[in-house]
Design a binder for this molecule. Sequence first.
Ligand code: 4AZ
Length: 255
Amino acid sequence: IVGGTVSTVESHPWVAAIFSRSKSKKVFRCGGSLISACWVLTAAHCFPDGSHTKERRFSVSLGKNALNETDLYAEQTFRVEQIIVHEGFNNSEGNFNNDIALVKLTTKYGKCAEENHLVKTVCLPPPLQRLQPGVTCEIAGYGKEKYGLWYRSQLLQEAQVNLFADDVCRHEDYYANMITDNMFCAGRPDWSQDACEGDSGGPLVCEVGGRLFQFGVISWGDGCAKEFRPGVYTKVTNYNGWIGEKTRLPSITAG
Ligand code: 4AZ
């Protein structure tokens, strides 16, 4: 997160940290969001070329404030039972179309997440819920605080971004034809706050009727907090059916 503030996982209790293991080393890979006790929503590009068939390489932590510290009392860490990358995920145009994936959690005892003040599920908006351009939403993650830094944020950070109209984001001064109907853009009018490398897979949440709903999955962008280059997000409302089908959670849209 660029231009944000240090946050706590209590304020974003659905935020998940996805790690990959290579040679017994745990490497932070992506953000995610807890949408039900056993399922985390994230970005498809977190699982490059076939790594989604290697579930044992990954682990997921919930309730985590600091990336490089383990608070055994607060955190819940899981193995990955299944990774479902969207069938239509396509990066041949360099724009991560259908950048959405589901990760199924389990422990060696077959348990899923337990809710407490640090770990809660986020609601998904109903499929037809639309928000007006300009609405302020919130993003959170452990990603870089500045484009080009070699290290990620040690602590969970949050920022505010505003939704951009599609015709603005598709303008030739912005991303032109890179933006498909499965994406939307969000950023700050002064470009001061944005998601950055390492935040992808994490949630963009917006308030509707006094409740927070996850409208976006942090997906991509040209740089971070750069003029005319807002963050690009996967449009979660296009995937209610897909999520319901894959997780067999019939009430996924009920909120
Ligand atoms: C990334 O590489 C990434 N500024 C995520 C979001 C943005 C840029 C890069 C948006 O994960």
